[in-house]
Design a protein around this ligand. Structure first.
Ligand code: SF4
Ligand code: SF4
Length: 664
């Protein structure tokens, strides 16, 4: 984390990522309670606030909650007691919290409550891309979307104020590029002194009731007025634009660049000066500032809508234009529906970038001026007319060198092969999700949401009555176990289902940056919280379990095979520390390939270790025709030693080293 996030130095300009800016804005707004479940692209917000808790323990409490619903419930509790609270989650997490959120909107809140949701257009670090604005709209929330760090910081502060004014949470929609890109932001003052007294008076009621629905609608009308006057809706261009670009989030900056570039070329293309183009950053995504928009739509006959993932604003804008057609005249709206805004994944999907935005605007105002593009999949730093793309070497998605998951999936595949009944593997969400691909030997046959693998297993485990005879294996992570797997296990035990649940316990929430969870103990700010061991929970459920080391592949394979032969719900914990943590903790002996023993091209499966097992540390020496170990990558887990059929992979002992020194 950038330490400048915490500086008590108002007026200083610093470089902050969007995530750091959200954390800073919350601190400047006097946030007292922040809770989250780690998820990319927003995991760093709570990490920054947890550092702040160490400095201001009487003003701020932070928590990595067991899941997003519990995080939101905790933040709501603080709000009910009059405190300011922030809850942070990725788009998938909003689904988990959504049941509570729809009720919370009806009961209302008291202290300012902000819900920061990270959408991941193009799913850079997610199983899917999801546009959280629809859920925010469904929950009747005001939704704001910043374009850069300065705006993110200021927007959080204003969102707390709006939440208190409306008496309900305000949602901040963040996208990956804004979360992770660093831009300048000016620090504001931090509040002094302890948090206000938390209190819920006997007359305070926060109860979900149907009458609250009308109140929600009335609150949103207030938010419309705020949106119409909001300075976050920035406008660049003439008072009466002929062409209006409506840009959401980072698209505002891309549009600015694109219009400048197009103006430079306009004369050559015979397009005049292009001075009639106006760019409106629509920061208040919901409710729409209709009055503001209609002001520009009076003169603009062409409108281009730029937004990431779905045509959320575009659809509402089309409705606005249609409802006002008698006064506006003919207005053409370009966007995802018209095919002008197309991303690498197709129309209506994916992340935008400067080149895609440039092409969208150019296509709308100067069709035919651009050469066709072969592909728009890779963002380039400079928009190109010819569609030339810089080429980068491809990189496979792979488990880290020495990752225990690779060993676990190898053992699992081996056990299922031994079993021979075409067992199926149900995946889940975490870094082990990569097992859907080559690095995990294409293990998964299903993969959906956190905890769903075990839920699906519970269902499949009932299908014996319909002739289903394949073994069923759900693979879950340790953090996922606490997040959402326990109810599925209760269901399996209760209904006497038949499946094996393998918990890949790497003793951290690895995918999002090694956050703690109930099984590891320790709080967000490093507070010494005792762990809640998964063994105790499993025992409490009355389920049998075994703990094995996935690095001991023969034993792990035998253990999985044995569990597959048992009826009922079986639990196997494959426990081995995440490779990235283990490397820091232990000094292990060097692993190397003895070239005299390596079978090279004659090896089973043809250079088995580097091609099939494919740990990034196992490499192929083409010149010598033998395998080798990349010492800069290998983390010396030793797993490949037990897999080499020729015994060619060895650990270099101190004795070996001294022999080698003598020989040289
Ligand atoms: S010992 Fe083998 S499996 Fe382990 S990290 Fe090194 S190369 Fe990879
Ligand atoms: S598995 Fe062993 S014998 Fe086969 S290529 Fe690798 S080091 Fe050589």
């Amino acid at each position: 984390m950038n330490a400048e996030v915490l500086l008590d130095d108002a007026g200083r300009e610093v470089l902050l990522t969007g995530n750091e800016a959200v954390a800073r804005g919350a601190l400047e707004a006097g946030v007292n309670y922040a809770a989250s479940y780690p998820g990319s692209p927003t995991a760093e917000i709570l990490e920054a606030l947890a550092q702040a808790q160490k400095l201001y323990p009487d003003r701020l409490y932070t928590e990595w909650s067991v899941n997003e619903k519990v995080a939101m419930e905790g933040a709501a509790a603080a709000s009910f007691a009059g405190l300011r609270s922030l809850t942070i989650m990725k788009c998938d997490g909003l689904n988990v919290a959504f049941d509570f959120l729809t009720s919370l909107g009806l009961s209302g809140t008291r202290g300012g409550m902000v819900i920061a949701v990270g959408d991941d257009p193009s799913a850079h670090s997610s199983a899917k891309e999801e546009d959280s604005r629809y859920l925010g709209r469904l929950a009747h929330l005001a939704i704001w979307e910043p374009a850069d760090s300065q705006q993110a910081k200021e927007m959080v502060k204003a969102a707390f104020d709006l939440s208190e004014q409306m008496g309900q949470p305000v949602m901040l929609r963040l996208t990956t590029r804004v979360c992770h890109a660093a831009t300048n932001a000016t620090l504001g003052p931090l509040p002094k002194g302890p948090a206000p007294q938390a209190i819920i008076a006997p007359t305070d009621k926060f109860i979900t009731w149907i009458e609250g629905h009308k109140a929600q609608e009335e609150r949103l009308l207030g938010a419309v007025q705020v949106a119409n006057r909001s300075n976050f809706n920035r406008y660049l261009g003439p008072d009466q634009p002929e062409i209006l670009v409506v840009a959401c989030g980072p698209s505002f900056h891309y549009a600015h660049e694109a219009v400048e570039e197009l103006r430079a070329k306009a004369e050559d293309w015979g397009l005049g000066s292009l001075n009639g183009i106006g760019i409106l950053q629509l920061a208040t995504a919901w409710p729409l500032p209709e009055e503001l928009l209609l002001g520009y739509l009076k003169s603009a006959r062409q409108v281009i809508v730029l937004e990431e993932i779905e045509p959320f604003v575009e659809d509402y804008l089309l409705g606005l234009v249609a409802r006002n057609s008698s006064t506006l005249g003919q207005t053409v709206v370009y966007g995802k529906h018209s095919g002008h805004v197309a991303s690498s994944n197709g129309i209506g999907l994916g992340e935008l970038n400067p080149e895609l935005v440039y092409r969208a605007i150019a296509k709308a105002i100067a069709p035919g001026a651009l050469a066709p593009v072969a592909s728009t999949a890779t963002p380039s730093s400079k928009p190109s007319e010819a569609g030339e793309q810089p080429s980068f070497p491809g990189r496979d998605l792979a488990f880290c060198a020495g990752c225990p998951h690779r060993a676990s999936f190898w053992a699992l595949r081996s056990a299922l092969e031994l079993d021979g009944r075409r067992g199926i593997i149900l995946g889940d969400i975490g870094c082990y999700s990569l097992a859907k691909g080559r690095t995990g030997f294409n293990a998964f046959q299903t993969m959906h949401a956190m905890g769903s693998g075990a839920g699906i297993a519970s269902g499949l485990g009932q299908l014996w009555r319909f002739g289903f005879s394949q073994p069923v294996v759900a693979v879950v992570g340790d953090s996922t176990f606490y997040h959402a797997v326990v109810p599925a296990l209760i269901n399996g035990r209760y209904t006497q289902s038949n499946f094996l649940c393998i918990i890949l316990d790497n003793q951290t929430t690895a995918m999002t940056g090694h956050q703690p969870h109930p099984g590891t103990g320790g709080g967000a700010a490093g507070d010494p919280l005792p762990p809640v061991p998964m063994e105790q929970i499993i025992s409490g459920l009355g389920l049998p379990f075994t703990i094995l080391d996935p690095f001991d592949i023969p034993k792990a394979t035998a253990g999985i095979y044995a569990a597959l032969q048992q009826p009922g719900v079986q639990i196997l914990i494959l426990r081995q520390t995440c490779a990235l943590i283990a490397t820091k903790r232990e000094i292990r002996p060097e692993v190397y390939v003895d070239p005299d023993l390596c079978r090279g091209y004659n090896c089973s499966c043809f250079n088995f270790c580097s091609r099939v097992f494919a740990c990034p540390g196992n490499i192929w020496d083409d010149q010598r025709g033998v395998a080798s170990i990349d010492q800069s990558v290998c983390n010396r887990c030793g797993v490949c030693i037990s897999l080499c059929p020729a015994g060619a992979i060895k650990t270099r002992t101190e004795e070996d080293v001294s022999h080698e020194q003598l020989a040289s």
